[in-house]
Design a protein. Sequence first.
Length: 257
Amino acid sequence: MTSRGTRHGKPYSAVRRRLQNILVAIGGVLALLTGTVLLTIVLPQASANERAFLSATECRVTSARDCLRAAPFTVESVTIHDGKNAGGRVRLSGAGAGPAPVKFDGVSEFLKRVRPGDGVTGTVWRGEIVALSDGEGGQRTVDHPVGDSLLTVAFGILLLVTGALGAYAAWWWIRCPEHTRRGHPPALAAAGWAATGLVVHTFVLMVALGSQDASLTLFLTLWTPAAAAAGAFLAHRRRVLRKGPRRGAVGRQRTEG
């Protein structure tokens, strides 16, 4: 009975909490690294591709790479999946179409309307079909480059913010394990509120602007004030927390005097 109680008592709980904090720290560091890769490596390439696509003109030479070419295709099959990650696939033939199906995010009227045997027009850029259309409308494929830079920077920011908060929280609990039983320290609570607000704001901007094909510049213009507000909030809380104990100490000294 004694050995079993010791195993499931405070020493075991302390070890478990420490392991949990270490795992949170590892997850936070991985999120930070992934966010850094997105913002420093993936984002410049996505922005360059988006600029190249927007400046592309209609192909005049068949071998040209950065121009836009309209090519006829025949629909071989259509697959639609609804739910949380709605989308679809259309397998094509003709005009050198490869065996891999063209994929779509979301289900538009075009994807619901098109049937096997229908003739469609594909917009080809750099060897990829970036859009399909018929006489009534069309839909972009997942290879369409417009909007990639906005999504990349948004996901990069989300990973950096959540990763930084996770790493900071884990560092705090590992450094001061005695605070685990007292609730969240004021500094950590302030960081949590600031990070939560910034994450929500970033996600809302990503959804709202991504659906409107807004530019990366507009996203950053609307995101920067929220980041500045979060930083100002943390700086204010830090000043308050630093001054609070000093004022209390002075008050106690006066009372004792």
